[in-house]
Design a protein around this ligand. Structure first.
Ligand code: SDX
Length: 427
């Protein structure tokens, strides 16, 4: 039995179908609304708008639930590794041992980037922000891989997806080395995806690099937690760019650009800037007051979420791992103490309680990145490496959706009514 709602306008009434998913809220299908009633819906920020059907990730903001292809994030964080999660997001099922081995081989053997790409870095100033370099270099990948950008060819889509997942760590590490003025490290095929990345980041020609199992485990977890998150701003950017038929590398570059914003993936870097500005636990109340002041643009970075009106399940997991990592690397981080106290105070404050503002994935992740020796301006790059898997999974799902068409929202025009041109001598 099809569920419907009736919409009564000034001079007409229409019946709209109500669509249900496997889980989550129903959605009123308004596809015919403009044609039938000559009106638009208005939803800035798309708070109440479902842009597509998707099978990839499910979030319940009230219950603090996050599942990739039906598997709870807590179970994947405990039992899986990033490459297995990447396979799951791309193909919809956990891989068999043989499938995992094959996927690992393919990704491993796509980790090198065209040697000419390395010369791009010569054009960047030494202190260029790594996210600026990531956007530029990723967008230029389509200049090198003409053999896999026919988006109507399923095999091309798969090769491009593999190339992006494989090359993102290599490009990211090259950005870091450019900032340091150190030589780039080439990927090694005998290391894990995460181990390879850490070695490309921190190895120098002067000595053998000792990979820390604790660092590899922590980074693996952070990549799993950041891999996908439904129709967030950067994923929606990738889908919208892809809906015009743009090549996959350009779409992922657009996603990186969107992620960079401090309201989104740039928040992890902004959290550390904030903790540094707070400087001491005794200053927390002053910053809480600023966060509540409507006339002050300051917000408590790492708090709040469009969907989670409960604790972000990823923040819970990262918070627990913070303690482990800090003990493992034997670091006392004063920022961690400030973060714990800030969380405690904010969660008791009526303003935050009333608005259901809880710590999100970005609140604690920077503490771990710092402990692993990753500089603040590389935090969002970490997010981009992990989210590339979610972006390409959504891009592949969007391209192969028979209902997909170019995204083209409308508007409520509030500008000037029709008026005639006035020559400059009359103005
Ligand atoms: C990510 O979408 C995703 O899934 C994103 C992400 C992913 O994995 O892809 O989860 C990753 O981007 C996490 C969010 C990281 N951003 C931050 O930590 C930046 C700080 N947070 C805010 O900018 C904000 O909470 C957002 C952007 C996250 C959410 O913004 P919304 O949903 O548009 O909420 P809002 O701005 O309308 O806020 C509602 C109220 C407002 O107050 P009132 O007007 O009702 O009085 O809460 C207030 C806001 O002023 N508020 C905050 C606040 N966040 C919201 N006040 C102080 N500090 C904050 N952090």
């Amino acid at each position: 039995m099809t569920k419907t709602v009736n919409l009564k306008g000034a001079s007409s009434e229409i019946t709209l179908e109500v669509r249900s998913g496997t889980e989550g809220p129903d959605a009123i299908d308004i596809t015919s609304l403009y044609g039938d009633m000559g009106v638009f819906t208005y939803d800035p920020g798309f708070v109440s708008t479902a842009s597509c059907h998707s099978k990839i990730t499910y979030i319940d903001g009230d219950e603090g639930i996050l599942r990739y292809r039906g598997y709870p994030i807590e179970q994947l964080a405990e039992h899986s590794d990033f490459l297995e999660v990447a396979y799951l997001l791309l193909y919809g099922e956990l891989p068999s041992a043989e499938q995992y081995s094959g996927f690992n081989h393919v990704i491993t053997h796509h980790t090198m980037i065209n040697e000419s790409l390395l010369h791009f870095f010569d054009g960047f100033h030494y202190d260029a922000h790594p996210m600026a370099m990531m956007v530029g270099v990723t967008g230029s990948l389509s200049a090198f891989y003409h053999d896999s950008i026919d988006i109507q060819n399923e095999r091309h889509r798969e090769i491009s997806a593999h190339r992006m997942i494989a090359k993102m760590p290599t490009i990211a590490a090259a950005c870091f080395k450019h900032n340091l003025g150190e030589p780039v490290n080439y990927p090694r095929n005998d290391l894990s995806y995460v181990g390879n990345f850490l070695r490309m980041m921190f190895a120098t020609p002067c000595e053998d690099y000792q990979l820390s199992p604790a660092a590899e485990k922590a980074m693996n977890l952070l990549f799993i937690l950041h891999a996908d998150h439904e129709q967030n701003a950067s994923t929606s950017t990738v889908r919208l760019a892809g809906s015009s038929g743009a090549n996959p590398f350009a779409c992922i570059a657009a996603g990186i650009a969107s992620l960079w914003g401090p309201a989104h993936g740039g928040a992890n870097e902004a959290v550390l800037d904030m903790l540094e500005e707070i400087e001491d636990v005794s200053n927390i109340d002053k910053f809480i007051a600023r966060a509540k002041d409507k006339d002050d643009p300051f917000r408590l970075m790492g708090f709040g979420h469009r969907v989670y009106k409960n604790y972000d399940p990823r923040a819970k997991i990262i918070r627990a791992v913070c303690h482990e990592v800090l003990e493992e690397v034997d670091t006392h981080d004063p920022f961690f103490e400030i973060a714990l106290r800030l969380e405690e105070i904010a969660l008791e404050d009526e303003y935050f309680v009333e608005r259901k503002l809880y710590p999100n994935v970005d609140f604690y992740s920077g503490i771990i990145y710092r402990a692993l020796g990753i500089p603040r301006n590389m935090f969002t790059v970490m997010f981009a490496i992990a989210r590339t898997t979610g972006w390409v999974a959504h891009w592949m799902e969007m391209i192969s959706d028979p209902k997909q068409r170019i995204g083209r929202p409308r508007q409520i025009y509030v500008g000037e009514p029709k008026r005639d041109y006035v020559s400059i001598t009359q103005r």
